[in-house]
Design a protein around this ligand. Structure first.
Ligand SMILES: [Zn+2]
Length: 554
């Protein structure tokens, strides 16, 4: 008997803790939604908390009251000590209370290596990734270790004891003991998959050596090599980039495009576009061709300009699929196409009177292996443009869309327009998480369906990239809209802030675009959103999201 009663007693204590039951039966509950992991390893000094309780309750984080919204959602930015932290979150109503907790282990900020300990640390070591470089490339290395020493690096047998320099600390807070070294690779520096060996000598402490995890190869006979694009949504990045959106978009490269590869950093190949211009592409997007395959080169002998009621096209037959960049200029409106690996042999350019948007085309051999076409366009608005290869052919087609004809009053200007609406995320891609546990993918779909019915009521033809909770490839969403010949593409999102950002201070609406000709549209949407009384967050340009990479559609 006694055991049963003690169990009931334990249970009632547990219930009181979780649900805040009190003698009158009223309850307060508290749920922490963000962060999702407990325990959590974390670096920053403050962490964002988000969760919910019953509307009207008070919430305390480690005893301090925090902001509770009318829905019962609460947010806080909680300070952390270095090491173990237990954060207690309590909710209380007039009659009940409940609590939950979160364990966060805050990793210590990077500190200078003590001057009395001989050490070469793994932190901040460069290179971080395996490198395939060529003579002429600059090798940059770095390590963090005991300050006040003399450092050298060696690689294989070719590079011996190259002097490194300790970066002078400019203020007390700066890290000390950061040693850097550079070496312009020479033709004799040939080696395969060797670590960088760092060597440090500190007076009074002795000397030590440590090798990098990453490996360096310099193999002149393995590069350049030709690779072929095997991914349908491959793109060239201007640099190595960092962060979730990758390097800045330089251009799209269609399937089957041949590229000259001249090295590798981690998971990216370096692409040599011209003697002085290189770019980067994901290794997984490329199938290297056998050594000795011809580099991507083509003579360009003819071109044809023509138009129809939807678009103008400029066709350039090539011998192989070459990489290119297509950049818009605003005033006067024009497009600049740079074809890499191309040499002009242009002796015949046919121009049909059916072209309307492209008013004039001129070409220039800018440098060896870079042929430039300049397209002078009719006044804005530019309603989408693109360059791609036609079918399975090597015929490059530059397309400039004509703006849709807008209905005149009293008809709605939306009459007859096809509007592609994309509810961001979906399926396994949940998107952001709200304080009430709401999923962004659901909010987006709800808003998108509502918008579709409003647009339809005004004569527009909305098409949705997804109607339900399904996983969709981001690049494919846009391709579907382009295939449907949509006049607009809008992707709808409900953003969240990072884990170290104060959610109570972050608010507002924002619009996004990637390509400059669509700035005016993005800005106009933004202004309209602000007129609804929403707080301003900004109109974001050069945004590298997958759904904005293609300039085919505004
Ligand atoms: Zn989103």
């Amino acid at each position: 008997m006694k055991t049963v009663w003690s169990k009931i007693l334990v249970m009632s204590v547990a219930l009181t803790q979780v649900f805040g039951l009190n003698p009158l039966g009223a309850a307060a509950t508290v749920a922490l939604v963000v962060p999702e992991r407990d325990p959590l390893d974390y670096r920053a000094a403050r962490i964002r908390l988000a969760g919910h309780t019953e509307p009207g309750n008070q919430v305390f984080v480690n005893g301090k009251p925090v902001k509770v919204y009318p829905t019962g959602a609460f947010v806080d930015l909680c300070s952390l000590e270095v090491g173990a932290n237990t954060i207690i979150i309590e909710a209380s109503s007039t009659v009940g209370a409940a609590s939950t907790s979160l364990r966060v282990h805050r990793l210590p900020p990077l500190q200078s290596t003590p001057g009395d300990v001989l050490a070469i640390e793994d932190a901040l070591m460069l290179p971080e990734q395996d490198l395939d470089l060529l003579p002429g490339d600059l090798l940059e290395v770095r390590f963090k270790g005991t300050p006040g020493g003399q450092a050298f690096f060696s690689v294989g047998e070719a590079m011996e004891r190259i002097r490194m320099t300790e970066t002078p600390a400019r203020s007390d807070g700066d890290l000390r003991g950061i040693y850097t070294g550079v070496h312009r690779l020479r033709p004799s520096d040939q080696l395969s998959r060797q670590p960088i060996r760092f060597h440090l000598e500190v007076p009074g402490l002795g000397e030590m050596e440590k090798s990098s995890q990453s490996l360096l190869s310099v193999q002149s006979l393995r590069w350049p090599r030709t690779g072929e694009v095997i991914s349908p949504d491959a793109y060239l990045a201007a640099g190595l980039g960092d962060g979730r959106l990758g390097g800045a978009l330089l251009g799209i490269v269609p399937l089957g495009t041949r590229l000259e590869l001249t090295g590798r950093v981690g998971d990216l190949y370096r692409v040599q576009l011209s003697p002085v211009k290189s770019a980067w592409i994901a290794k997984e997007a490329i199938k290297p061709m056998p050594l000795g395959s011809p580099p991507p080169r083509s003579l360009v002998g003819s071109a044809t300009l023509q138009g129809n009621h939807r678009r103008d096209t400029y066709m350039v037959p090539l011998e192989v699929r070459l990489p290119y960049t297509l950049e818009p200029m605003m005033e006067p409106p024009r497009l600049v196409l740079d074809l890499y690996g191309a040499t002009s042999n242009l002796t015949w350019i046919t121009q049909h009177l059916s072209a309307e948007m492209i008013q004039r085309v001129s070409w220039e051999q800018v440098e060896d292996g870079r042929l430039r076409f300049r397209f002078d366009l009719k006044e804005p608005p530019v309603w989408g443009y693109s360059a791609s290869y036609e079918g399975d052919s090597n015929r490059l087609v530059v397309t400039v869309r004509r703006p849709p004809t807008l209905a005149t009053p009293p008809a709605s200007p939306l009459q007859g327009l096809t509007l592609a609406l994309d509810a961001g995320h979906g399926g396994t891609n949940r998107g952001a998480l709200g304080s009430l546990g709401t999923l962004e993918k659901e909010v987006n779909l709800h808003i998108t369906k509502r918008l579709a019915s409003l647009l339809q009521a005004r004569g527009g033809k909305p098409i949705l990239t997804r109607q339900a909770d399904e996983s969709l490839d981001n690049a494919q969403r846009v391709l579907d809209a382009i295939d449907a010949d949509a006049d607009f593409f809008v992707s709808i999102h409900a953003n969240s802030v990072g884990l170290s950002v104060d959610a109570a201070r972050s608010r507002g609406t924002s619009t996004y675009y990637r390509h400059e000709p669509f700035r005016a549209l993005s800005l106009s949407l933004y202004r309209s959103l602000l007129q609804l009384g929403l707080a301003p967050y900004g109109n974001i340009g050069s945004f590298n999201a997958a759904v904005l990479k293609r300039p085919d559609i505004p």
